[in-house]
Write a protein that binds this ligand. Structure first.
Ligand code: COI
Length: 366
């Protein structure tokens, strides 16, 4: 994945990356193909259970994948996925395309795969596929002067027919890419605690990036949205006491310590998905001498915070204006902080686009 894989490129090296496509409204893209059919294709590999081997990665110029209607991926939700980003970034030798923390995502996918009994692509295969699909779609990476980015969606699922509750012969690993703009926009959002629905059971699947953690939330999030809440927040299912995460993103809080020190608060819970963005903010905060508190966060303590941000790959960093809990009639407002978390998030964005040195080794140039 480091620069050497030029042989995967169908273009002469000096033409990489191609400039962004013309006539695209890069600033206003949704989390879909935006009517652009399959772009320049996705990458696909298939795993055979009997040989325990993956096929050679190939670009398929189609957004569709042929799978058995009797596959456990379709019937039992035997799947997991990832979300990561690529940017046009500035380098001394000119513009290149950078993927943010692909190793973090490969490792997270391996953990999710194990939880749903799927063979995980090795880190090497994950990176090879990533490289291939980005090179094929380089002209779809948005220009560097927009907030938009290339969204990368790796997906892994049991694909051949098998309705018995055991792994099927075939598993597909595919990576799709498309340009998109930040999922929740740049405006501050109001959040609502979801009290009629438990996202994750104790000792359940809450920490894994599987589809089952997302689709069941839609109807509740849609209802909240109709009431003006752009975000929904989950508390722990067992006691409805501790903050876990937003439905689409992680929870990060800030407060000033007694000596005026910056303190970052991250909920310590086994039911939230590890977030690359949160992890990156945490590393930067540590470098800047902040105190990091990864602790159980009772809902009753969030009024001590002066800033809360919802962080995720697609979301980037959404400032949370307030959090409402209907059962207790509370609305906690986070209005007048110094926006220290947003400042850190802007540094992460600058690292991603090559405007600030990547001292942590997060950026992988394609
Ligand atoms: C991501 O941020 O990449 C996710 O997978 C969250 C999803 C709701 C878009």
């Amino acid at each position: 994945f480091p620069v050497a894989t030029h042989t995967l490129r169908s273009l002469p090296v000096e033409m990489f990356p191609r400039p962004p496509k013309k006539d695209i409204d890069w600033a206003n893209l949704s989390l879909s193909l935006n009517g652009n059919a399959s772009l320049n294709g996705h990458v696909e590999v298939r795993h055979s259970l009997s040989t325990n081997k993956w096929s050679t990665p190939r670009i398929v110029a189609d957004e569709n994948i042929a799978v058995s209607g009797l596959s456990p991926g379709l019937n039992y939700g035997q799947q997991c996925y990832e979300g990561l980003k690529a940017f046009r970034s500035a380098r001394p030798q000119g513009e290149t395309i950078t993927v943010f923390r692909p190793n973090f995502h490969a490792a997270r996918m391996a953990r999710s795969a194990e939880a749903v009994c799927l063979p995980a692509p090795s880190q090497e295969l994950f990176l090879e596929c990533l490289n291939k699909v980005i090179i094929a779609n380089d002209e779809w990476v948005p220009p560097s002067n927009t907030e938009s980015f290339l969204y990368i969606r790796p997906v892994l699922f049991g694909s051949s027919s098998n309705l018995a509750l055991c792994p099927p012969e075939e598993t597909i690993f595919a990576i799709f890419v498309f340009p998109t703009s930040p999922y929740h926009g740049a405006e501050a959002a109001k959040a609502l605690v979801l009290e009629d629905f438990d996202r994750a059971a104790p000792k359940g699947m809450g920490a894994y990036k599987v589809g089952g953690n997302y689709a069941p939330v839609w109807r509740h999030a849609a209802k909240a949205k109709a009431q003006g809440y752009g975000l929904t927040l989950h508390l722990d299912s067992a006691s409805q006491t501790y903050v876990e995460e937003f439905s689409t993103s992680g929870f990060v809080g800030h407060k000033k310590g007694q000596t005026g020190q910056d303190v970052m608060i991250i909920p310590d819970t086994e039911n939230a998905i590890a977030s690359a963005t949160c992890d990156s903010l945490m590393s930067l905060a540590r470098l800047k001498g902040w105190k990091i508190e990864r602790i159980p966060v009772p809902f009753s303590s969030i009024r001590d915070l002066d800033e809360v941000v919802a962080v995720g790959t697609a979301a980037a960093a959404v400032p949370v204006e307030s959090i409402t809990r209907n059962s207790s009639g509370e609305t906690v407002v986070f209005a007048d902080g110094e926006k220290r978390l947003l400042h850190l998030a802007a540094i992460v964005a600058d690292i991603q686009r090559g405007h600030v040195a990547d001292t942590e080794g997060w950026c992988y140039d394609v």
